[in-house]
Ligand binder design. Structure first.
Ligand code: FMN
Length: 325
Protein backbone atom coordinates (compact mmCIF):
# COMPACT_ATOMS: atom_id res chain seq x y z
CA UNK A 1 0.00 0.00 0.00
CA UNK A 2 1.26 3.48 -0.85
CA UNK A 3 1.92 5.92 1.97
CA UNK A 4 -0.37 8.29 0.07
CA UNK A 5 -3.32 5.97 0.47
CA UNK A 6 -5.04 7.65 3.41
CA UNK A 7 -8.59 8.37 4.60
CA UNK A 8 -8.27 12.02 3.52
CA UNK A 9 -7.61 10.87 -0.02
CA UNK A 10 -10.82 8.87 0.01
CA UNK A 11 -12.90 11.55 1.79
CA UNK A 12 -11.85 14.35 -0.55
CA UNK A 13 -11.76 12.19 -3.68
CA UNK A 14 -8.16 13.20 -4.47
CA UNK A 15 -4.89 11.48 -5.41
CA UNK A 16 -2.40 13.21 -3.08
CA UNK A 17 -3.41 13.84 0.56
CA UNK A 18 -2.17 17.43 0.41
CA UNK A 19 -4.40 20.45 1.04
CA UNK A 20 -3.73 24.05 0.08
CA UNK A 21 -5.34 25.58 3.18
CA UNK A 22 -7.70 28.53 3.04
CA UNK A 23 -5.76 31.77 3.22
CA UNK A 24 -7.13 35.23 3.72
CA UNK A 25 -5.97 37.16 1.67
CA UNK A 26 -3.78 34.78 -0.37
CA UNK A 27 -6.31 32.23 -1.74
CA UNK A 28 -6.94 33.28 -5.33
CA UNK A 29 -8.82 31.04 -7.78
CA UNK A 30 -5.74 30.25 -9.88
CA UNK A 31 -3.85 28.93 -6.83
CA UNK A 32 -6.80 26.85 -5.58
CA UNK A 33 -7.26 25.35 -9.07
CA UNK A 34 -3.55 24.60 -9.59
CA UNK A 35 -3.29 22.54 -6.39
CA UNK A 36 -6.45 20.58 -7.20
CA UNK A 37 -5.44 20.04 -10.80
CA UNK A 38 -2.16 18.43 -9.68
CA UNK A 39 -4.03 15.92 -7.50
CA UNK A 40 -4.12 17.69 -4.12
CA UNK A 41 -7.04 19.90 -3.07
CA UNK A 42 -7.27 23.68 -2.97
CA UNK A 43 -9.61 25.28 -0.45
CA UNK A 44 -11.66 28.36 -1.33
CA UNK A 45 -11.66 31.15 1.27
CA UNK A 46 -14.93 32.99 0.52
CA UNK A 47 -13.89 36.47 1.72
CA UNK A 48 -10.59 36.22 -0.14
CA UNK A 49 -12.37 35.09 -3.32
CA UNK A 50 -14.92 37.90 -3.24
CA UNK A 51 -13.43 40.88 -1.41
CA UNK A 52 -9.71 40.54 -2.23
CA UNK A 53 -9.79 38.98 -5.67
CA UNK A 54 -13.03 40.58 -6.82
CA UNK A 55 -15.11 37.60 -7.97
CA UNK A 56 -18.79 37.25 -7.31
CA UNK A 57 -18.90 34.03 -5.23
CA UNK A 58 -20.66 31.68 -7.66
CA UNK A 59 -18.75 33.10 -10.65
CA UNK A 60 -15.47 32.61 -8.76
CA UNK A 61 -16.33 28.93 -8.18
CA UNK A 62 -17.20 28.57 -11.87
CA UNK A 63 -13.89 30.16 -12.85
CA UNK A 64 -12.07 27.55 -10.74
CA UNK A 65 -14.19 24.85 -12.39
CA UNK A 66 -13.10 26.08 -15.83
CA UNK A 67 -9.45 25.77 -14.72
CA UNK A 68 -9.78 22.23 -13.35
CA UNK A 69 -12.39 19.45 -13.34
CA UNK A 70 -10.94 18.02 -10.08
CA UNK A 71 -12.37 18.40 -6.55
CA UNK A 72 -11.94 21.69 -4.68
CA UNK A 73 -12.97 22.47 -1.11
CA UNK A 74 -14.37 25.41 0.82
CA UNK A 75 -13.49 26.90 4.20
CA UNK A 76 -16.37 27.89 6.45
CA UNK A 77 -15.26 30.00 9.36
CA UNK A 78 -18.17 29.78 11.78
CA UNK A 79 -18.74 32.96 13.72
CA UNK A 80 -22.06 33.00 15.48
CA UNK A 81 -21.80 36.47 16.99
CA UNK A 82 -22.69 38.31 13.76
CA UNK A 83 -26.09 37.44 12.30
CA UNK A 84 -25.25 39.04 8.97
CA UNK A 85 -22.03 37.08 8.61
CA UNK A 86 -23.81 33.84 9.57
CA UNK A 87 -26.50 34.41 6.93
CA UNK A 88 -23.80 35.09 4.35
CA UNK A 89 -22.03 31.85 5.28
CA UNK A 90 -25.29 29.86 4.98
CA UNK A 91 -25.71 31.32 1.49
CA UNK A 92 -22.08 30.56 0.52
CA UNK A 93 -22.38 26.95 1.69
CA UNK A 94 -25.60 26.52 -0.34
CA UNK A 95 -23.98 27.94 -3.46
CA UNK A 96 -20.87 25.80 -2.98
CA UNK A 97 -23.03 22.67 -2.71
CA UNK A 98 -25.00 23.69 -5.82
CA UNK A 99 -21.72 24.19 -7.67
CA UNK A 100 -20.56 20.68 -6.76
CA UNK A 101 -18.22 21.27 -3.81
CA UNK A 102 -18.27 18.26 -1.50
CA UNK A 103 -15.32 18.87 0.83
CA UNK A 104 -15.55 21.50 3.58
CA UNK A 105 -13.15 22.64 6.26
CA UNK A 106 -14.75 24.40 9.21
CA UNK A 107 -12.97 26.60 11.74
CA UNK A 108 -14.08 27.96 15.13
CA UNK A 109 -17.71 27.68 16.30
CA UNK A 110 -19.99 24.64 16.18
CA UNK A 111 -19.91 22.91 12.77
CA UNK A 112 -23.11 20.89 13.28
CA UNK A 113 -25.30 22.74 10.76
CA UNK A 114 -22.63 22.43 8.12
CA UNK A 115 -22.18 18.70 8.79
CA UNK A 116 -25.91 18.15 8.39
CA UNK A 117 -26.12 20.00 5.09
CA UNK A 118 -22.91 18.59 3.62
CA UNK A 119 -23.63 15.00 4.68
CA UNK A 120 -27.10 15.23 3.12
CA UNK A 121 -25.35 16.02 -0.17
CA UNK A 122 -22.88 13.14 0.26
CA UNK A 123 -19.91 15.36 1.18
CA UNK A 124 -17.34 15.41 4.00
CA UNK A 125 -16.43 17.94 6.67
CA UNK A 126 -13.04 18.30 8.36
CA UNK A 127 -12.71 20.64 11.35
CA UNK A 128 -9.72 22.81 12.35
CA UNK A 129 -8.59 22.08 15.91
CA UNK A 130 -5.67 23.15 18.07
CA UNK A 131 -6.44 21.10 21.20
CA UNK A 132 -8.37 18.03 22.32
CA UNK A 133 -11.34 19.99 23.69
CA UNK A 134 -12.11 21.43 20.23
CA UNK A 135 -11.67 18.01 18.64
CA UNK A 136 -14.28 16.57 21.04
CA UNK A 137 -16.70 19.37 20.12
CA UNK A 138 -16.11 18.69 16.43
CA UNK A 139 -16.61 14.96 16.84
CA UNK A 140 -19.85 15.50 18.75
CA UNK A 141 -21.05 17.78 15.93
CA UNK A 142 -20.47 14.98 13.43
CA UNK A 143 -17.27 15.97 11.58
CA UNK A 144 -15.53 13.34 9.45
CA UNK A 145 -11.95 14.42 10.13
CA UNK A 146 -9.74 16.90 11.94
CA UNK A 147 -7.16 19.41 10.79
CA UNK A 148 -4.64 19.61 13.62
CA UNK A 149 -3.23 23.14 13.58
CA UNK A 150 0.06 23.08 15.48
CA UNK A 151 2.31 25.74 16.94
CA UNK A 152 4.42 26.14 13.79
CA UNK A 153 1.48 27.11 11.55
CA UNK A 154 0.98 30.33 9.62
CA UNK A 155 -2.22 32.21 10.46
CA UNK A 156 -3.68 31.43 13.92
CA UNK A 157 -1.28 28.85 15.33
CA UNK A 158 -2.13 26.39 18.12
CA UNK A 159 -0.19 25.80 21.37
CA UNK A 160 1.02 22.23 20.67
CA UNK A 161 3.68 20.56 18.53
CA UNK A 162 2.63 18.24 15.68
CA UNK A 163 3.45 15.02 17.53
CA UNK A 164 1.78 16.06 20.78
CA UNK A 165 -1.37 17.27 19.02
CA UNK A 166 -1.74 13.98 17.14
CA UNK A 167 -1.27 12.03 20.39
CA UNK A 168 -4.02 14.12 22.05
CA UNK A 169 -6.66 13.26 19.44
CA UNK A 170 -5.49 9.90 18.05
CA UNK A 171 -8.03 7.87 20.06
CA UNK A 172 -11.06 9.69 18.61
CA UNK A 173 -11.12 7.46 15.54
CA UNK A 174 -11.04 10.36 13.08
CA UNK A 175 -8.42 10.96 10.38
CA UNK A 176 -6.13 13.85 11.37
CA UNK A 177 -4.40 16.20 8.93
CA UNK A 178 -1.19 18.01 9.95
CA UNK A 179 -1.31 21.81 9.52
CA UNK A 180 1.74 23.86 10.37
CA UNK A 181 5.43 23.85 9.69
CA UNK A 182 5.44 21.73 6.54
CA UNK A 183 7.60 23.36 3.87
CA UNK A 184 9.57 20.54 2.24
CA UNK A 185 8.89 17.10 0.76
CA UNK A 186 10.78 15.56 3.70
CA UNK A 187 8.45 17.33 6.16
CA UNK A 188 5.46 15.95 4.23
CA UNK A 189 6.76 12.38 4.33
CA UNK A 190 7.61 12.72 8.04
CA UNK A 191 4.05 13.85 8.84
CA UNK A 192 2.57 10.84 7.01
CA UNK A 193 5.02 8.58 8.86
CA UNK A 194 3.85 9.98 12.18
CA UNK A 195 0.37 8.73 11.33
CA UNK A 196 -1.25 11.84 9.88
CA UNK A 197 -3.80 11.21 7.11
CA UNK A 198 -2.47 14.16 5.13
CA UNK A 199 -1.01 17.62 5.30
CA UNK A 200 -2.46 21.11 4.98
CA UNK A 201 -0.02 23.82 3.90
CA UNK A 202 -0.44 27.55 3.63
CA UNK A 203 2.90 29.36 3.66
CA UNK A 204 4.59 27.06 1.10
CA UNK A 205 1.82 27.74 -1.41
CA UNK A 206 2.20 31.54 -1.15
CA UNK A 207 5.65 31.25 -2.73
CA UNK A 208 4.18 29.93 -5.98
CA UNK A 209 3.75 31.26 -9.49
CA UNK A 210 -0.06 31.11 -9.22
CA UNK A 211 -0.46 32.95 -5.91
CA UNK A 212 -1.38 36.59 -6.51
CA UNK A 213 0.48 37.88 -3.42
CA UNK A 214 3.05 40.57 -4.25
CA UNK A 215 6.60 39.69 -5.34
CA UNK A 216 7.88 41.41 -2.17
CA UNK A 217 5.76 39.13 0.07
CA UNK A 218 6.96 36.00 -1.76
CA UNK A 219 10.59 37.14 -1.55
CA UNK A 220 10.21 37.78 2.20
CA UNK A 221 9.09 34.14 2.62
CA UNK A 222 12.17 32.91 0.72
CA UNK A 223 14.47 35.14 2.79
CA UNK A 224 12.99 34.42 6.23
CA UNK A 225 14.25 31.84 8.71
CA UNK A 226 12.41 30.33 11.71
CA UNK A 227 13.54 33.11 14.03
CA UNK A 228 11.93 35.73 11.77
CA UNK A 229 8.42 34.42 12.54
CA UNK A 230 6.73 36.14 15.48
CA UNK A 231 3.19 36.18 16.83
CA UNK A 232 1.25 39.42 16.73
CA UNK A 233 -1.93 40.04 18.70
CA UNK A 234 -2.51 43.27 16.82
CA UNK A 235 -4.15 41.70 13.80
CA UNK A 236 -7.17 39.84 15.14
CA UNK A 237 -6.75 40.15 18.91
CA UNK A 238 -5.39 36.59 19.19
CA UNK A 239 -1.82 35.71 18.15
CA UNK A 240 -1.21 35.41 14.40
CA UNK A 241 2.12 34.29 12.91
CA UNK A 242 3.76 37.01 10.82
CA UNK A 243 7.19 37.83 9.39
CA UNK A 244 9.03 40.19 11.73
CA UNK A 245 9.40 43.12 9.33
CA UNK A 246 10.12 46.78 10.21
CA UNK A 247 6.36 47.50 10.01
CA UNK A 248 5.57 44.75 12.55
CA UNK A 249 8.37 46.00 14.80
CA UNK A 250 6.97 49.53 14.68
CA UNK A 251 3.49 48.30 15.48
CA UNK A 252 4.56 46.05 18.39
CA UNK A 253 3.24 42.53 19.00
CA UNK A 254 0.83 43.06 21.88
CA UNK A 255 -2.65 44.50 21.89
CA UNK A 256 -2.84 47.74 23.91
CA UNK A 257 -4.20 47.64 27.52
CA UNK A 258 -7.66 48.93 26.56
CA UNK A 259 -7.99 46.46 23.68
CA UNK A 260 -6.90 43.64 25.99
CA UNK A 261 -9.53 44.56 28.55
CA UNK A 262 -12.23 44.76 25.88
CA UNK A 263 -11.10 41.43 24.39
CA UNK A 264 -11.51 39.75 27.79
CA UNK A 265 -14.86 41.28 28.74
CA UNK A 266 -17.85 38.97 28.28
CA UNK A 267 -19.97 41.64 26.64
CA UNK A 268 -17.25 43.51 24.76
CA UNK A 269 -15.15 40.65 23.37
CA UNK A 270 -17.32 39.95 20.32
CA UNK A 271 -17.44 43.62 19.44
CA UNK A 272 -13.68 43.95 19.84
CA UNK A 273 -13.03 40.87 17.71
CA UNK A 274 -15.26 42.26 14.96
CA UNK A 275 -13.37 45.52 15.13
CA UNK A 276 -10.05 43.73 14.73
CA UNK A 277 -11.45 41.51 11.99
CA UNK A 278 -12.69 44.44 9.91
CA UNK A 279 -9.51 46.44 10.38
CA UNK A 280 -7.23 43.52 9.58
CA UNK A 281 -9.31 42.41 6.57
CA UNK A 282 -8.60 45.78 4.98
CA UNK A 283 -4.93 46.04 6.04
CA UNK A 284 -4.04 42.50 4.99
CA UNK A 285 -5.68 42.91 1.60
CA UNK A 286 -3.72 46.11 0.98
CA UNK A 287 -0.41 44.66 2.17
CA UNK A 288 -0.62 41.37 0.26
CA UNK A 289 -1.23 43.04 -3.08
CA UNK A 290 1.08 46.05 -2.61
CA UNK A 291 3.98 45.70 -5.05
CA UNK A 292 6.11 48.42 -3.44
CA UNK A 293 6.72 46.18 -0.43
CA UNK A 294 6.37 49.18 1.89
CA UNK A 295 3.39 47.75 3.73
CA UNK A 296 5.25 44.71 4.96
CA UNK A 297 2.46 43.10 6.93
CA UNK A 298 2.79 39.48 5.95
CA UNK A 299 1.44 36.31 7.57
CA UNK A 300 3.65 33.21 7.38
CA UNK A 301 4.57 30.22 9.55
CA UNK A 302 7.80 28.54 10.64
CA UNK A 303 7.90 26.48 7.44
CA UNK A 304 9.57 29.52 5.78
CA UNK A 305 12.88 27.93 6.82
CA UNK A 306 12.55 25.18 4.20
CA UNK A 307 11.15 27.33 1.37
CA UNK A 308 13.84 28.45 -1.04
CA UNK A 309 12.21 29.02 -4.41
CA UNK A 310 9.04 30.19 -6.10
CA UNK A 311 7.56 27.20 -7.93
CA UNK A 312 4.37 26.34 -9.79
CA UNK A 313 1.95 24.97 -7.17
CA UNK A 314 1.41 21.77 -9.18
CA UNK A 315 5.16 21.06 -9.14
CA UNK A 316 5.11 21.15 -5.34
CA UNK A 317 2.23 18.66 -5.20
CA UNK A 318 3.96 16.31 -7.66
CA UNK A 319 7.35 16.60 -5.96
CA UNK A 320 5.87 15.84 -2.53
CA UNK A 321 3.85 12.91 -3.89
CA UNK A 322 6.93 11.42 -5.56
CA UNK A 323 8.89 11.67 -2.30
CA UNK A 324 6.17 9.79 -0.41
CA UNK A 325 5.75 7.00 -2.99
C1 FMN B 1 -1.48 34.07 4.90
C2 FMN B 1 -2.29 33.04 5.61
C3 FMN B 1 -3.66 33.23 5.73
C4 FMN B 1 -4.47 32.26 6.34
N1 FMN B 1 -5.81 32.48 6.39
C5 FMN B 1 -6.62 31.49 6.87
C6 FMN B 1 -8.03 31.64 6.81
O1 FMN B 1 -8.56 32.63 6.30
N2 FMN B 1 -8.81 30.63 7.30
C7 FMN B 1 -8.23 29.50 7.84
O2 FMN B 1 -8.98 28.62 8.26
N3 FMN B 1 -6.90 29.34 7.91
C8 FMN B 1 -6.07 30.31 7.42
N4 FMN B 1 -4.71 30.11 7.44
C9 FMN B 1 -4.15 28.83 7.90
C10 FMN B 1 -3.88 27.87 6.71
O3 FMN B 1 -5.07 27.43 6.13
C11 FMN B 1 -3.05 26.63 7.16
O4 FMN B 1 -3.71 25.90 8.15
C12 FMN B 1 -1.68 27.04 7.70
O5 FMN B 1 -1.10 27.98 6.84
C13 FMN B 1 -0.75 25.85 7.82
O6 FMN B 1 0.50 26.25 8.27
P1 FMN B 1 1.73 26.63 7.30
O7 FMN B 1 1.54 28.04 6.93
O8 FMN B 1 2.92 26.41 8.17
O9 FMN B 1 1.72 25.72 6.13
C14 FMN B 1 -3.88 31.09 6.87
C15 FMN B 1 -2.49 30.92 6.77
C16 FMN B 1 -1.69 31.86 6.15
C17 FMN B 1 -0.21 31.63 6.02
Amino acid sequence: MSRLDTQLREDAGIEVPLICGAMYPCSNPELVAAVSDAGGIGIVQPISLTYVHGHEFREGLRLIRRLTPKPVGMNALIEASSKRYHEKMVEWVSIALEEGIRFFITSLGNPRWICERVHAAGGRVYHDVTERKWALKGRDAGVDGLIGVNRRAGGHAGPLGAEQLLAEVADLGLPVVCAGGIGTADDFVAALRLGYAGVQMGTRFIATVECRASAAYKQAILDAGEADIVWSERITGVPVAVINTPYIQRMGLKAGPLARRLLRGRRTKHWMRSFYALKSIWQLKRASLDETGEKDYWQAGKSVAGITSIEPAGEIVRRFAAAAE
